[in-house]
Design a protein around this ligand. Structure first.
Ligand code: AMP
Ligand code: TRP
Length: 323
């Protein structure tokens, strides 16, 4: 079998957090050795919320640096900016014409927005169609994402199957790849970690800020002596992402035994986070010292992405009767 095409994207709406890292970046980086990986910074998608041009440019650049610092190897994976291949918006239109409104009305980002009493933009409503275009334009087989994106990949599959039924075999049918233990990383307050919940731990926080956040993780009010429940603790849930199975087992046993306060466990968690990301911080500093490097990576990535995208869009135009 030919090497699979792997594709994923991250929205440049702020600095990445542990949920982004464990849910998507780390699995995506692992996939780069197993096929042809295409990873992009979804700046068109970010426009649904970011309306400050300088901020969008800065976040886009930061996202590229963060991805490279975490181990994305541009010799193996293609890293590009979504908007460097504007044909994706044309494909989004072509798919839009096949998309039933109820399918989008059922998508959670839109539903949550409406449930909060906010008025969604058409961009937010159509967001999953642009995401389908991202995935289908590059003939992707595997899409590594966190659980919150599963529904969008289902929409993509439905649209691809429908197009193929009507117009012939134009699209490859993709599949989401979700690492079960990383499917939903929880935040400081025990809810899903998310920028919109204000409960995130960033990958590249300053030491003092990181310590403060970790020490601020919500716990119950059990005293030091009392036995504690590791199964419901956010501290243990986060520690599991960083520590060896033995170290996790030790912490769980100490929770049950009592005699150690939450503050001590939090300090241990802080140490594990700080150490894990030490090499990434060093690599990021080195990347930042050479500002042309990231521009070169993105320019080369755009050229490689276009080489795949242009034949696909041409195939779809012809199949639909546009040429
Ligand atoms: P976004 O910042 O929305 O572009 O998200 C980028 C990637 O991170 C997506 O694949 C999300 O599924 C993933 N992600 C975001 N938050 C979490 C979380 N709390 N747990 C697991 N994955 C997440
Ligand atoms: N919607 C994704 C998110 O919010 C980002 C994204 C855009 C994406 N296009 C994609 C992810 C295509 C995977 C494949 O996280």
């Amino acid at each position: 079998m030919a090497a699979p095409r792997i594709l994923s994207g991250i929205k440049p709406t702020g600095r990445p957090h542990l949920g982004n890292y464990f849910g998507m970046m780390q699995p995506a980086i692992a996939w780069q050795h197993k096929g042809e990986a295409f990873y992009f910074i979804a700046d068109y998608h970010a426009l649904t919320t970011v309306h400050d041009p300088a901020a969008l440019r800065q976040h886009t650049r930061d996202a590229a640096l963060d991805f490279l610092a975490c181990g994305l190897d541009p010799a193996k994976a293609v890293l590009f900016r979504q908007s460097d291949v504007p044909e994706v918006t044309e494909l989004a239109w072509l798919l839009t014409c096949l998309t039933p409104m109820p399918m989008l009305e059922n998508c959670h980002a839109y539903k949550d927005h409406v449930a909060k009493g906010k008025i969604p933009s058409h961009g937010l409503f159509a967001y999953p169609v642009l995401m389908a275009a991202d995935i289908l334009l590059y003939n992707s087989n595997v899409v590594p994402v966190g659980k919150d994106q599963k529904q969008h990949v289902e929409v993509t599959r439905d649209l691809a199957e429908k197009t193929n039924r009507i117009f012939g075999e134009v699209f490859t049918i993709p599949e989401a790849s979700i690492v079960p233990e990383m499917a939903t990383v929880i935040g400081l307050d025990g809810q899903k970690m998310s920028k919109s919940h204000n409960n995130t731990i960033g990958l590249f926080e300053e030491e003092k800020a990181l310590r403060k956040k970790v020490m601020g993780i919500t716990t119950d009010s059990q005293p030091v002596e009392a036995p504690k429940d590791p199964a419901t603790s956010s501290i243990v849930a986060l520690y599991r992402l960083f520590a060896s199975a033995d170290d996790v087992a030790t912490m769980e046993a100490q929770f049950r035994a009592g005699g150690i306060g939450y503050g001590d466990f939090k300090k241990r968690l802080f140490g594990a986070i700080w150490e894990t990301f030490e090499p990434f911080r060093a690599r990021r500093a080195a990347l930042e010292a050479d500002p042309t490097n990231v521009d070169t990576v993105l320019a080369e990535g755009a050229a490689r992405a276009r080489a795949v995208a242009l034949p696909t869009i041409d195939r779809v135009r012809r199949a639909m009767g546009l040429r």
